[in-house]
Every structure is written in structure tokens, then in C-alpha cells.
Design a binder for this molecule. Structure first.
Ligand code: FAD
Length: 457
């Protein structure tokens, strides 16, 4: 890039740009360059904090004309740090948080930088919801474009299963709609294909009546009972109704004690929820039982405090072939050696509506009922980085006899061997590469879990 030419272009752009254009010495740059994962420490040449679609078009144009590498930031939660970049242009959507709800049509449109907290707050004004992340600070954009697991997945499918349309700014600056009726191939691709095709300036969802009160919370047991807890979890999930989504975890409590537990949400009427979680409450007895009626918005914030911005993160994840007794024992053995009390091993149950979508209907291919395993390693001190990363890698290696072939794209880390996109997309990968070649033939958007355009190595 030619520095004077970029400076001239920046000056010209600043006269019409509605948002903020931040460079290293500008106030706000340091804060704006940070993402959720404190391990990521990148310094973009320019941060374009867009306020509207026209800003995004201009930012894409600036990058294209001056050969700048581009990263796109929605909620900034991607653990691999794909939402920022060294030296290039960061298109930051975090000022674009508008949510418009149409309660009659039961639809909501979210701008590309909204978080699930923003979304749930607005949609719950009307007693409506659609599947979103279990931590309220996660972005609607990145989570949805990768698939989107959440508490409502058993009843209403993944976030993408509720997506009606997306407005995208393509690499050539065109603003297009992707829906069943317009650019249907692109719509298929954005439902799981991540940020590979363009910048999603807004996403439109179907809504469903949920809450305001539902049933949710945690039942925790001593780590010494982890084997029984995880076996009970396996049995309980086998007969769970669609309304009840349950995750299990090996975690630490605030007092530093190691625990095993089940976290659950039932999105139906509270009386049905009470009956559905009764066996979880009765099993044990738990050392802590915080399962009961609570507002839907609170269910979606109940573990927020466990995932503070700036904590250091390194994750590994795969779908399990089955949650066998041996897999359970191996998990417990791994967790017995965990070096950080902030680290957890999580098992996420897939069932119900999300499994009744065919593998080829959306780009997200993981439609079988079963379990996803997630080593969610967090720690505070950089001195612990080596031990925490090593533990995660060793533990993930120890679980290899039990994992299946698929991996969730939104949980992939930055140092995956081979072609992680191939693992993430399986039978849908070839079609995604064709769509990438059609809508982003130069691979302009490649700071993501990259889908290489068809015909390119
Ligand atoms: C604490 C925590 C909790 C999580 N919980 C869940 C969960 O419950 N369910 C689940 O499925 N996943 C969960 N995840 C994983 C999450 O889905 C991914 O981290 C996802 O990438 C986050 O989206 P984001 O917009 O916050 O991230 P970002 O880091 O901003 O973006 C992630 C990727 O998507 C791209 N992107 C983001 N927004 C746009 C956009 N508008 N247009 C184009 N590209 C875009 C970015 O360029 C980047 O490649 C969680 C992650 C964390 C850290």
C-alpha cells in the first residue's frame, strides 16, 4: 500500500463517514482494538467503526482500492481472534447494534454488531425470542453465521434455522440480500459459512413466543461425583423433550472447589419446566441447586460472569461419537489435572429441532443428535499461558479415541492442523467453495475460518 495515497483516501472518506476512523494514536483506538480473548493482541492500521451500511461499503472500498487486509468484527468473541488483524483494516460493527422487532409478523432484524443481550432485551419486550448464544455478550453476527447453538436449539433449531434473510456487503461493494427468494445460493452459504462471503450488516430472524418466565439454572455436585453426574446427564438427555436443552460441565466454583454439574433451560410453560427438571434437582443431592423459574433474559445471562472480557482463552472442540463410560472417565481424568480454575470441560447436547434439518439444507452440516465436547480453557495470568495451552492440547489428544469427525466452526482455534474448514463443513464443503468463488472470487474476506474459492489450491 502507498502511505500517502491511503492518507489522501482516508481524508476524503472522513468527510462522509458516519462512524469513527481510528488509528494508533487516536483516543479510543486501544479500547477498540481489543477483543474478548485477552490472548489476542493485534494492532490494525485502521479501525473503521461503522455506523451504517454505507460506512461498511466505504470501508470495503478503501481496503480493496489500497490492498489492505480486512478483518470484520461483530461481537468480538471469536476465540481464535479472527475479528481483528495486525496492520490491516478492521471493519468494526460494534456501533451497529440496532434491533427492530415486528411483533405482528414475529420477526426481528438485528444490525451486524448487536449482541444477544441487545437482541433478547428488545425481543422479550414482546414475549418473543429466537435461538441465540448462552452468554449475552456474544455477537449475533459471528455466532449466527457459524451456525449458532443456544438454549432454544432443541425446540426452535439453531440460530441459522431461524434466519430469514441477511443483508451483505460483498467484496466488490455491492449490497445484496440473501434469502430463500434472493441469492438463494448465498443464503444457503451464510447459514454456517461464517464471514466468508461478505459483511452482514443486518440479519433477520423468525421469532417465537418464549417467556418472559421460563425454567433454567444449574445443579452442581462435588467433582468426586463427576462420573455419576455425567452418566446421569447422558440418561437424562436421552429422553429430554425438545423444550429442554442441557449442557454438562466440569468446572470450578467461586470458592475454588472443583465441581461437576448440569446447566439447563426449558423454554416451555413454567409448570412443564418444573416437571422436566425435577429429576435433575432430585439427583444427588446437589451441593447447589439453582434450577427454577427465571426470566428468559436472565437465563441468557446466568453464566456471563464466568466469561469476563480480557480473560486469556484457548479452546478445543469436537463432536463426540458417543458419551460412553470410557469417554466420561477420560474427561474426568483430564479435568483432574486442569491448571486453571477458570477452565472447564463442557458437553453440549444436540437434539430436537436442530437435528430435524437435513445435512444439505444449510451449510452447517452437524445435524445428528449427540454431544459436542468443548475444552473451554480460560486463565488470568500470562505466566500460566504455556501450562493452560499444553493442558488443552494434551486433553484434546487424550479424547481423540472418542471424538467423531465433525467440528463446530465457531469453536475452532487458530492453530488447527490440516484444513479445519474441511472438518467443519464435511459434505457441504465443496458447495461452499463454489459459492465462495461466485461471491468472493479473490478471497478478499479470508480472516475467518477460510473457505478457499473453488479452483484455488
Ligand atoms: C464466552 C463465549 C460464549 C460463547 N457461547 C456460544 C454459544 O452459546 N453458542 C455458540 O454457537 N457459540 C458460542 N460461542 C462461540 C461464538 O459463536 C463464536 O465465538 C462467534 O465467532 C462469536 O461471534 P461474534 O460476532 O461475537 O465474534 P467475532 O469475533 O466478532 O466474529 C467471529 C467471526 O465472524 C465474523 N463476523 C462477525 N460478525 C460478522 C458480520 N456481521 N458479518 C460478517 N462477518 C462477521 C468475523 O469476521 C469473524 O471471522 C461463544 C464464545 C464465547 C467467547
Amino acid at each position: 500500500m502507498s502511505q500517502p495515497a491511503v492518507s489522501d483516501a482516508l481524508n476524503a472518506l472522513s468527510s462522509r463517514f458516519s462512524g469513527l476512523l481510528l488509528q494508533a494514536l487516536d483516543a479510543g483506538y486501544e479500547d477498540a482494538r481489543r477483543v474478548h480473548n485477552g490472548l489476542i493482541d493485534k494492532r490494525p492500521f485502521l479501525i473503521a467503526r461503522c455506523r451504517n451500511t454505507a460506512d461498511v461499503v466505504d470501508a470495503v472500498g478503501l481496503a480493496r482500492e489500497h490492498g489492505l487486509e480486512v478483518a470484520v468484527r461483530g461481537g468480538g468473541h471469536n476465540v481464535a481472534g479472527r475479528a481483528t488483524i495486525d496492520a490491516g483494516l478492521l471493519i468494526d460493527l460494534s456501533l451497529m447494534k440496532g434491533i427492530h422487532v415486528d411483533p405482528t409478523a414475529r420477526t426481528a432484524r438485528a444490525q451486524g454488531g448487536a449482541t444477544w443481550g441487545d437482541y433478547n432485551r428488545e425481543t422479550q419486550l414482546h414475549g418473543l425470542a429466537s435461538t441465540g448464544g448462552v452468554v449475552s455478550t456474544t455477537g449475533v453476527g459471528g455466532l449466527t453465521l457459524g451456525g449458532g447453538l443456544g438454549w432454544l436449539q432443541g425446540k426452535y433449531g439453531l440460530a441459522i434455522d431461524n434466519l430469514r434473510s441477511a443483508q451483505l456487503v460483498l467484496a466488490d461493494g455491492r449490497v445484496v440480500t440473501a434469502s430463500h427468494d434472493e441469492n438463494a445460493d448465498l443464503f444457503w452459504g451464510v447459514r454456517g459459512g461464517g464471514g466468508n462471503f461478505g459483511v452482514a450488516t443486518s440479519l433477520e430472524f423468525n421469532l417465537h413466543p418464549v417467556g418472559p418466565m421460563i425454567t433454567g439454572g444449574l445443579a452442581l455436585h462435588p467433582f468426586a461425583r463427576a462420573r455419576d453426574v455425567l452418566r446421569f446427564y447422558r440418561d437424562a438427555t436421552a429422553s429430554a423433550p425438545d423444550e429442554l436443552t442441557m449442557f454438562a460441565g466440569l468446572i470450578h466454583g467461586p470458592d475454588g472447589s472443583a465441581l461437576s454439574g448440569i446447566i439447563a433451560a426449558h423454554c416451555g410453560p413454567v409448570s412443564d419446566g418444573a416437571a422436566a427438571v425435577q429429576s435433575i434437582k432430585a439427583f444427588g443431592p446437589p451441593v447447589m441447586d439453582a434450577l427454577g423459574p427465571m426470566p428468559y433474559t436472565a437465563v441468557n445471562q446466568m453464566i456471563d460472569a464466568g466469561y469476563p472480557k480480557g480473560a486469556l482463552n484457548y479452546w478445543k472442540s469436537s463432536f463426540l461419537r458417543e458419551l460412553s463410560d470410557d469417554a466420561i472417565d477420560a474427561m474426568i481424568d483430564c479435568y483432574a489435572r486442569v491448571p486453571s480454575p477458570m477452565a472447564g470441560i463442557i458437553v453440549e447436547h444436540a437434539h430436537g429441532a436442530m437435528t430435524r434439518v437435513a445435512v444439505g439444507d444449510t451449510a452447517f452440516p452437524h445435524r445428528a443428535a449427540g454431544y459436542n465436547l468443548l475444552f473451554l480453557t480460560q486463565w488470568k495470568e500470562s505466566a500460566d499461558t504455556g501450562a493452560c495451552i499444553t493442558w488443552t492440547r494434551d486433553s484434546y489428544a487424550a479424547m481423540q479415541p472418542f471424538v467423531g469427525s465433525g467440528r463446530y466452526v465457531n469453536y475452532l482455534d487458530d492453530d488447527e492442523a490440516g484444513d479445519p474448514a474441511a472438518d467443519a463443513y464435511g459434505p457441504n464443503y465443496a458447495r461452499l467453495r463454489q459459492i465462495k468463488a461466485k461471491f468472493d472470487p479473490t478471497n478478499f474476506f479470508h480472516q475467518n475460518q477460510n473457505i478457499r474459492p473453488a479452483g484455488q489450491p
